[in-house]
Design a protein around this ligand. Structure first.
Ligand code: GLN
Length: 552
């Protein structure tokens, strides 16, 4: 059999983090992936999260940040969003495992009697299950980057760390390496960079049997060679394996900074892989564009978790990409919806060139969002409504244009006289050709429309002109839908339905006649935007905001 047909044997890069959280471990993993891909390797990822929730779908955004949705409908950690944005890989349900998911399957097996009367233990049963999970994503790839969530020293993370320790024994030294991210703070009063936190973190890692091969040092300046020497000596790693992970202006610069530090060269050497030199022109061009925009627009994001930017991660990135498509910097103004309820829309929105109402759950703040939508509709300000934003645009139109008093979503008012957004109990799933049934009382996780669904666009509409296609596929995460009982009256009053499910039963995109750019979509386009391939709706929205700014 020729080499081409031989099964690929994947090599593994394990990424752990020390000292404290929020050092950018997910981004570091994603950037390593970008570098490996730029050398022509096929890359995939896995995130291992030490908490007990089976997935982050049921967590509060304050706890967890954004829930990232994959094509196959998994609700996952937001780091999977970084992985997809930094490489060409597609993530799915097997690319994110939590402790809960691991334990759940071990307990199911135990109940089924799979362990033949033995005592079920963390080692080997849980660790074996973890190793199986890691191997499950490796087929067909050259490199699997496995990021372990949490910080070294947390008790929850131990089974994962034990499993990755064993993993290298199983597959051999040249097939698995450990990359550890730490912090090297600059202490102003001493005028010095401090290596002690790094030393302690590596010590803790070595106590559980993992000797890192590479240390990424998060810092605000390039590490001088004597600091690298010191870290190398105390942490027992090669000097050229101490990498400066310097703060950057834009996250898309991380692969370039790592490359400058010769990280990719070190990785392929350690893993004994022969590759071409990395091709980083596209990354350089992207970073140049982001740093040298020709214009700027200000977009108002009206939401509920605006104090916590982490919950709008993909949205933030998609807007940046939309800016890149227009050579333009996108300034974001996060506006608390309840502030609008108190002060009115105008004082908070008069300085923005576009208004965006993102996805969300629960009643709090919905009135403020509706007020923002009304303001945008009446003042011809570009408006983009995503998921809940689309539903609220529907409600606003029903109340203020059609005159359906008290129109609402049954999510916020179960007894509304006009349920223009409602819970559809039965719908045709064109993906499998089956009828899906759900009721409000099934467990919360089971009642959402999740993952990629096809959508057919109407020719000549804003959406179709942006996408330039007729058939698209976008990711969903919601329970409620547009109520077809009212469709005719919406159309008669000037709403355009520009996107529908293939059977024409599910309304996916709405627009307004006579408004320069007013679009609401039931799906989450932000999950599919990539820096090198900005999402058409975001590109088109930012273009409209630019036109608005310049009075076109
Ligand atoms: N709460 C709404 C629903 O469940 C919208 C969800 C969302 O915006 N992701 O349908």
């Amino acid at each position: 059999m020729g080499a081409k047909f031989r099964k690929r044997r994947a090599k593994f890069i394990f990424v752990t983090g020390g000292v404290l959280s929020s050092l950018g471990k997910g981004l570091a993993a994603a950037a390593i992936g970008a570098l490996m891909e730029s050398r022509g390797l096929k890359v995939t990822f896995q995130k291992l999260d030490p908490y007990i929730n089976v997935d982050p779908g049921t967590m509060n955004p304050f706890q967890h940040g954004e829930v990232y949705v994959t094509d196959d409908g998994a609700e996952t950690d937001l780091d999977l969003g970084h992985y997809e944005r930094f490489t060409s890989t597609t993530m799915g349900k097997d690319n994110n495992y939590t402790s809960g998911k691991i334990y759940y399957s071990v307990i199911l097996k135990e109940r089924r009697g799979d362990y033949l009367g033995g005592t079920v233990q963390v080692v080997p049963h849980i660790t074996d299950e973890i190793k199986r999970a890691i191997l499950s994503v490796a087929d067909g790839y050259d490199i699997v980057i496995v990021e372990v969530g949490g910080t070294i020293g947390d008790i929850e993370g131990l089974p994962f760390l034990e499993a990755i320790r064993q993993f290298r024994l199983d597959v051999g030294k040249e097939n698995a390496i450990y990359v550890h991210l730490t912090l090297v703070p600059y202490i102003k009063t001493a005028g010095e960079l401090k290596t002690k936190p790094t030393q302690h973190s590596v010590k803790a890692l070595r106590e559980i049997g993992i000797q890192p091969d590479i240390i990424l040092c998060r810092t605000d300046r390039f590490l001088p060679s004597q600091i690298k020497k010191k870290i190398s000596l105390f942490c027992n790693v090669d000097e050229d394996a101490v990498i400066t992970a310097k703060d950057v202006e834009t996250i898309y610069e991380v692969p370039l900074v790592f490359h400058k530090e010769r990280l990719d060269e070190k990785i392929v050497k350690l893993l004994n892989i022969w590759t071409r030199e990395p091709r980083l022109e596209a990354w350089k061009e992207l970073v140049y564009k982001i740093k040298h925009p020709k214009d700027e627009v200000k977009i108002g994001i009206v939401g509920k978790y605006t104090s916590l930017k982490e919950s709008y991660k993909s949205l933030h990135e998609a807007l940046t990409h939309g800016g890149v498509a227009n050579d333009c910097h996108v300034l974001l103004k996060y506006i608390e919806a309840e502030e609008i309820e108190k002060r009115g829309a105008e004082p908070l929105l008069k300085d923005v060139h576009g208004v965006l109402v993102p996805g969300g759950f629960g009643k709090r703040g919905t009135l403020g969002k509706i007020m923002a939508i009304e303001y945008s509709r009446k003042n011809m300000v570009p408006f983009f409504g995503i998921c809940l934003g689309m539903q609220l645009a529907t409600i606003e139109f029903a109340r203020n244009v059609i005159g359906l008093n008290g129109a609402n979503s049954t999510e916020f008012d179960p007894n509304t006289a006009h349920p223009v957004i409602y819970f559809m109990k039965e719908w045709y799933d064109s993906r499998g050709g089956t009828v899906q049934k759900r009721d409000e009382y099934t467990d919360k996780g089971g009642t959402m429309r999740l993952g990629a669904y096809p959508c057919i666009l109407k020719r000549g509409t804003l959406a179709q002109r942006a996408y330039k296609h007729i058939k698209i596929s976008e990711r969903h995460r919601h329970r409620y839908e547009f109520n077809n009982k009212y469709r005719q009256s919406f159309l008669e009053n000037g709403m355009v339905i520009s996107g529908l499910s293939p059977d024409e039963e599910l309304v996916e995109i709405i627009e307004l006649k006579g408004h320069p750019w007013f679009l609401g979509c039931q799906f989450h386009p932000e999950f599919k935007s990539r820096p090198m391939k900005p999402h058409p709706l975001f590109g088109s929205f930012i273009k409209a905001a630019l036109d608005y700014k310049h009075g076109k």
